[in-house]
Write a protein that binds this ligand. Structure first.
Ligand code: PMP
Length: 322
């Protein structure tokens, strides 16, 4: 779908996957006005297909657009575009289980010009790809590197938007994590380098027995849809679920005194991933016994059961496509 200043959204098309041709002076290539989303379509027990909370993705896409000076796509148009692609690619939605069809809606500037200002023309596109189960051969905890040198986002910056620049800024720290033998980076706040924010592509949860806590939306972390869903699912299951502030020192001290029993990360791609160990310049420690925890696995199952239709959709989150 195209957007042009003065004309709005127009020319929606469903076309076979193919390369885009682009002018070398396309403004996106220079000034990075790009935003995106990620959501999944799951096969339901009766053979139909449903997406999970596409309205939440549509609203986050609008918030990202506002931050990047781009036009807002109406929620209904976002959902209709995703629906049209899923219907077309229905046979690509795997038969059952954790496998899914991953949808990647995105928007880029399409105007040609070298001046730094919001573009006057944009292109909204949705592509899809089958996604296997994130873990094959059992859920495996990840090791994380606490990045003290680099930050992903600052308050007043673009951290709460899903825009390419945030990911470009994170690549060097991700490479550092790998050099330290860790799977993922955990980002800290930009000012004190002390408060836990999120992981490279997932939000974090800390489990204290019957209570689960996720870092509050500081303005510099992404408001994950899985994060939001788990606040509600955990409450349904009888846990106390809250948003709060967790520092690196709290994490280490609560691990040592045994009050912090599990830590996990959550996001559309991996659903829920246990965090097994932590490393920073100053220290390293194991989370709980380093194995996937009971609460983590219970929440993981509850969320997946809902997405795959094994349990009733009591929150009205599934968007059926027939
Ligand atoms: N944080 C970041 C930086 C991400 O890229 C993602 C993935 N979209 C998340 C958190 C998790 O968000 P969601 O649950 O909506 O996938």
């Amino acid at each position: 779908i195209k957007w042009t200043e003065g004309r709005g959204w127009h020319d929606a098309q469903l076309v076979p996957y193919a390369p885009l041709s682009m002018d070398p002076a396309n403004m996106t290539l220079h000034y990075a006005q790009t935003i995106f989303e990620g959501l999944k379509a799951y096969r339901q027990p009766d053979g139909t297909v449903a997406t999970f909370r596409p309205d939440a993705n549509a609203r986050r896409f609008q918030a990202s657009a506002r931050r990047l000076g781009m036009p807002e796509l109406p929620v209904e148009t976002f959902i209709e575009a995703c629906d049209a692609l899923v219907r077309q690619d229905k046979n690509w939605v795997p038969a059952s289980g954790e496998e899914s069809l991953y949808l990647r809606p995105f928007m880029i500037a399409s105007e040609v010009g070298l001046g730094v200002r919001p573009a006057n023309e944009y292109l909204f596109i949705v592509i899809a790809s089958p996604a296997g189960a994130y873990f094959t051969g059992g859920v495996k905890p990840v090791s994380v590197w606490l990045s003290q040198e680099y930050v992903r986002a600052v308050r007043g910056g673009t951290g709460a938007a899903k825009t390419g620049g945030n990911y470009a800024a994170s690549l060097v720290a991700q490479a550092q994590a790998a050099q330290h033998g860790c799977d993922q980076v955990v980002w800290l706040d930009a000012i004190e380098r002390r408060w836990i924010e999120e992981m490279g592509g997932m939000n974090l949860y800390f489990v204290y027995g019957n209570k689960i806590v996720t870092p509050e939306l500081s303005g510099s972390l992404l408001p994950g849809i899985t994060r939001d869903s788990l606040l509600k699912i955990a409450t349904d299951l009888g846990y106390e679920a809250a948003e709060g502030r967790i520092s690196v020192e709290d994490w280490k001290a609560a691990t040592e005194d045994g009050s912090l029993t599990e830590v996990f990360a959550c996001g559309t791609a991996a659903v829920i991933t246990p965090v097994g160990s932590v490393k920073s310049e100053a220290a390293s420690w194991t989370v709980g016994d380093g194995k996937p925890g009971e609460v983590t696995m219970k929440l993981r199952k509850a969320l997946l059961d809902l997405q795959t239709g094994a349990t009733p959709d009591s929150h009205g989150w599934m968007h059926p496509l027939g």
